[in-house]
Write a protein that binds this ligand. Structure first.
Ligand SMILES: [Zn+2]
Length: 224
C-alpha cells in the first residue's frame, strides 16, 4: 500500500490498523559512467514494493511511504549530477518526516537506506525520534552492509556502483544501465580520509569495485 495513492480519509483508516511505515531513502549521485544517478533510490524502492507484496501474502499490512531521493553524499560530490544535502539539513529533514509518522500513530518506522553516506545522519535523526516518542522504534536497514554476507554469497565482490549495485539495477531498471561502460576496480584507504576531492582517488569515475561481472539474475536474488 502506497501512501501517495491514498486519500486522507483512507490514510486516516489505515493508520488505525497498520503500525509500520517503510521509508525508502536514497541519494542522487554519480554511480560510475554506467549507472543512473538515482541508483540508490531505485534499489530500496523496488525492495519496498516486494516487502509490501510479501507482507500482504502473509495476511498483514505495511504502509510504503514515498522515497526520500536526496541524501548526504560528500565524497561523490566531485562528479557532475551528485546533489549533496549537508548532514545537518538531511538529519533535520529526516527527523521531521519521522516525527510526523510517529505523531500520526505509527509505532515502527523502517528506513530502507540505499546509501552509505546517509548512515550517520539517519542514526542521529532516529535517536531524536526515539527520545521524543519512547514507544516508537526506528529500524535502520542498510542492506548492502547489514546483509554483506548474503550479498557476497551471490556476488564475488561488492562496492559502490560495483557488481552488486549494477546487478540490482540490471534487474529493476535494465533500460538505464550502460554495460559497455561498466569498468572499475577497488580503491581502499585503511583510515577514513576526509578531503574535498578525495572522491577522485577513492571512487575513480564514481566507482569502487569491478562492475563487469554484474548480471540481472544476481540482481533479482539481491533485491528479493
Ligand atoms: Zn549506490
Amino acid at each position: 500500500m502506497r501512501l501517495e495513492e491514498l486519500t486522507w480519509p483512507d490514510f486516516d483508516e489505515v493508520k488505525r490498523r497498520v503500525d509500520t511505515v517503510v521509508i525508502p531513502v536514497g541519494s542522487v549521485e554519480a554511480h560510475g559512467r554506467h549507472l543512473p544517478l538515482g541508483t540508490d533510490t531505485f534499489a530500496p524502492l523496488e525492495i519496498a514494493k516486494r516487502v509490501d507484496e510479501r507482507v500482504r501474502e502473509l495476511g498483514r499490512e505495511v504502509l510504503i511511504a514515498p522515497p526520500v531521493w536526496y541524501g548526504h553524499t560528500f565524497v561523490l560530490n566531485v562528479y557532475p549530477g551528485t546533489i549533496n544535502v549537508g548532514g545537518d539539513a538531511f538529519k533535520a529533514y529526516m527527523h521531521g518526516i519521522m516525527r510526523e509518522f510517529a505523531a500520526e500513530g505509527f509505532r515502527r518506522i523502517v528506513l530502507l537506506n540505499g546509501h552509505g553516506g546517509n548512515y550517520s545522519p539517519l542514526v542521529l535523526a532516529a535517536e531524536e525520534v526515539a527520545e521524543e516518542f519512547p514507544d516508537v522504534e526506528v529500524w535502520l536497514i542498510n542492506w548492502w552492509i547489514d546483509f554483506r554476507e548474503d550479498v557476497l554469497s551471490i556476488c564475488s565482490s561488492q562496492g559502490h556502483a560495483g557488481q552488486d549495485e549494477t546487478s540490482v539495477i540490471l534487474a529493476v531498471r535494465p533500460e538505464l544501465v550502460k554495460m559497455e561502460r561498466a569498468t572499475g576496480g577497488k580503491s581502499k584507504s585503511k583510515v577514513r580520509r576526509i578531503k574535498r576531492d578525495i572522491g577522485l582517488e577513492l571512487f575513480p569515475d564514481g566507482v569502487n569495485d569491478d562492475p563487469s561481472l554484474a548480471t540481472a539474475e544476481k540482481g533479482l536474488f539481491l533485491s528479493w
